[in-house]
Every structure is written in C-alpha cells, then in structure tokens.
Design a protein around this ligand. Sequence first.
Ligand code: ZN
Length: 133
Amino acid sequence: MANDRQLKQDEQERFRKILLSLRARLQGDVDQMTDEALNRGGDAGNGNLSSMPIHMADLGTDNFDQEFTLGLIENEQETLDEIEAALVRLADGGFGRCGDCEKPIAKARLQALPYTRYCIECARAHENRVALG
Ligand SMILES: [Zn+2]
C-alpha cells in the first residue's frame, strides 16, 4: 500500500474509535430530541420534520422551544454526515488530509475536530468565502 499516509495505523484506529463513539452519542441525541420535538407537536406528527407548520401568530413558548430543538437536530445531523464522511476517508486512506489543498491536517486540529475535512488555512478561507457571500 501507499507509504505516504500521514497517520500511523494505530493513530487511524484511535480516530476511528473517537468518530464511532461520537456518532453513537450524536445519533442517540438526535433520536431523543426528534422524539421529544415530535411528541410535543401534537397532531402534526406525521414524522416529516420539514412539513411542520410554522405560524408566527401561534408561536407560543412551547413552539419556540420546539423550533429551537429542531435547529439543534439539524446541526447534529450535519455533524453526523461529516462523521460518516470522515469514516469513509479513514477506510480509503484519505483521512487526515485536507480536501482542498491535500496537505496533512495538523494533528491537534484533528484531535479537536476529528471529522474536519479541511486544514485550518482552507477552513478559514471557506469561512471568509461564506462571509463574503
Ligand atoms: Zn488545506
């Protein structure tokens, strides 16, 4: 196999375990929050989050909490998608390398954000691009 991998086998294994436990935790959170949000939605519960009606006039405290929870679920779902992608990269040897400039991602950054796909420079560039629209 290629010998240009930046992470040793045991390091990759460690990141895989971190990602798997992170995924399990987030998945549990999402399931629980989805249940709570939907159960509070009363007769709107057809299981489809995007069809949840929003009427500003009816927006009481309970509904506000519900919207807030749904926002959290959305964020966690995005994180889950990133974790899945990181696990795929671990399997195919691309993990730990920036998806943009293909330089190795600093290990400290991987430890803080194991599912990141960009090095710090590229991540900043992306943020700037988003900020500029
Ligand atoms: Zn980069």
